[in-house]
Design a protein around this ligand. Structure first.
Ligand code: ADP
Length: 456
């Protein structure tokens, strides 16, 4: 049976692809083990050179990759092309960080010399979601390969063609079987985790991540998991309201809200709530839906949701929130046209118990809850099983920096997003993640330390 993909822009079938026979996985693993030895025997400079060539060729093919992404998960073409280019441009930083991560540490002491080496782990299984069809695989494939590992890559069933196109470029430059791609859905992911790989690196939902963690525990296989978020944004009277409102609109709706670090919960102090909501509405009004409506003046242009399943999940959460007393200020509906298009939506009057304030939404929705104090906001923000990103909008003093540290997330921004620095660790707290990527220490998630002490 083939793997059928649907174009979310029109709801029609896009492709019917041949799936990888699951019974081939053991052979693929054996081939990967052989290829890994060869790959690891190359110098870091040789591996880096090949990865640089891959980045260059992906960038040259950004238009084709972007078009496929657009057709498979709905992202507007320009944004999809931008995604390819942005990730490719990070190759230099990845090489620099991996170079530092691979550097042995040496200590000479009275009776010996100890060297800590960082070696490849072996074969990495990489399992990725659909929201950034190029970017998510890239963030795991690049460090795994730079580190001298071979890879078995299982992309999302929503965007397999983007992955195949990407793999084609990688495979053209890499020695045979250094990267092998597995086409299929959840069953293929489950079967892959069941192989005796040395690392499972995964980005996706919390349920799938936990299932992987459980399965991997049978062999104590190393795991690296990013399992989504329910990012809070806290706005207090010291904040620049206009800047906060603009951020709230963009960070809630970017990529149609389908970002693991989307703003999913906004806690606003009662004293500034009316002013903030007015400014937020004005920003949401500048968000257009569909390429035909896009204009230079837009804050953002949104594509459709990626699937019918997502549409149902989101509409259900909105409906339940309204039934429980929330106010629908803007949007809230599916657009009457083929495909999976949803209006940008603003809900106010939310409370902490509602499902929409607890479970991941992944849609173009801004959810505002009024709080009485910064401490109450932090309490609500921390009342979550997730802990990926967060932002605090407050006066810029030291007290706010202390408060930022009280938010139980891996990445916190004060009066801005948390991203931008080369040393950012992509780390989830609580059930948002297990291990981390990014920076030099993130590169070491793909490496095995081996300490050798030589007698004097
Ligand atoms: P999303 O809907 O964000 O893609 P999923 O967690 O369902 O989130 O899927 C992410 C990736 O994990 C996909 O490639 C999917 O096929 C795969 N997957 C889903 N469930 C499992 C599982 N139990 N074990 C291994 N892989 C899985």
């Amino acid at each position: 049976m083939g793997l059928i993909t649907i174009n979310p822009n029109n709801g029609r079938q896009f492709a019917d692809l041949k799936q990888t026979p699951i019974e081939e996985l053991p052979k693929m693993l054996e081939d990967a083990k052989v290829a890994q030895k060869n790959w690891a025997s190359k110098s870091f400079a040789q591996r880096s050179e090949l990865l640089r060539a891959i980045a260059l060729e992906c960038e040259q093919n950004a238009n084709d990759l972007g078009q496929l992404m657009h057709s498979e998960m709905g992202k507007p073409v320009e944004q999809a092309i931008g995604e390819v280019k942005a990730y490719c441009s990070g190759m230099g930083t990845s090489i620099k960080d991996m170079g530092l991560a691979l550097k042995p540490a040496v200590d000479e002491f009275a009776t010996g010399t100890t060297t800590v080496h960082y070696l490849p782990l072996g074969v990495a299984a990489i399992i990725t979601p659909w929201n950034f069809p190029f970017g998510m695989p890239w963030t795991l494939l690049v460090p795994a390969l730079l580190g001298g590992n071979a890879v078995l890559f299982k992309p999302s069933e929503i965007c397999p063609q983007t992955a195949l196109e990407m793999s084609k470029i990688f495979e053209k430059h890499l020695p045979k079987n250094t990267l092998q791609t597995i086409i299929g859905a959840k069953d293929h992911g489950v079967a892959l985790v069941d192989q005796h790989v040395d690392l499972v690196a995964f980005v996706g939902s919390r349920n799938a991540g936990k299932a992987i963690l459980k399965k991997a525990s049978e062999r104590a296989t190393r795991v690296l998991l990013e399992m989504g978020g329910k990012d809070p944004m806290i706005v207090t009277p010291g904040a620049n309201i206009e800047a906060a409102a603009k951020f709230a609109a963009t960070a809630s709706m970017r990529n149609t809200g389908q970002v693991c670090v989307s703003v999913e919960r906004i806690y606003v102090h009662t004293d500034i709530a009316a002013e903030f909501v007015t400014a937020l509405k004005a920003n949401i009004e500048k968000i257009s839906v569909g390429p035909e409506n896009s204009s230079q003046a837009d804050l953002l242009n949104l594509g459709p949701l990626s699937s019918e399943t997502q549409m149902h999940h989101i509409l259900k959460q909105v409906k339940a929130a309204v039934a429980a007393g929330a106010t629908l200020e803007m949007g809230g509906n599916r657009l009457d046209r083929p495909g999976f298009w949803m209006q940008p939506t603003l809900l106010t009057g939310l409370s902490d118990q509602m499902e929409i304030m607890q479970e991941e939404t992944f849609g173009p929705i801004a959810c505002v809850q009024i709080v009485e104090s910064m401490d109450e906001a932090i309490k609500f923000a921390n009342n979550s099983r997730f802990g990926l990103g967060a932002t605090l909008w407050a006066d810029a003093g030291e007290e706010s920096q202390k408060k930022a540290l009280e938010i139980e997330s891996g990445m916190v921004g004060l009066n801005r997003s948390f991203g931008g620095s080369e040393i950012l660790l992509w780390a989830g707290a609580k059930e948002s993640g297990y291990g981390h990527t990014g920076g030099i220490s993130g590169m070491r998630s793909f490496l095995q330390p081996r300490t050798v002490t030589v007698a004097k």
